[in-house]
Design a protein around this ligand. Structure first.
Ligand code: SF4
Length: 77
């Protein structure tokens, strides 16, 4: 399993594929990991990171965004 890089996110954006993003306000509560375990994982610092996928459709990312207590997750434009 690998973490998506900025370069990979840029390629997905260019292909008009939505890519979730976790900002620095993540408190590591694991809600997103519980809801979308194929999309999010906690790193060594206990913060959520996005797992590299070809598409993020069908993984309840919007539910994870809604569940995040600090609004740390968004779709990258
Ligand atoms: S739900 Fe929000 S605060 Fe909790 S681990 Fe995910 S990104 Fe971090």
């Amino acid at each position: 399993m690998s973490i998506i890089t900025d370069q990979q996110a840029q390629k997905l954006r260019e292909a008009w594929i939505g890519v979730p993003y976790v900002n620095e306000t993540c408190i590591g509560c694991s809600a997103c990991v519980a809801i979308s375990p194929d999309v999010f994982e906690l790193n060594d610092e206990g913060k959520s990171e996005v797992i590299e996928l070809e598409s993020y459709e069908g993984f309840d990312v919007d539910d994870s965004i809604a569940a995040c207590p600090v609004d740390a997750i968004s779709w990258r434009e």
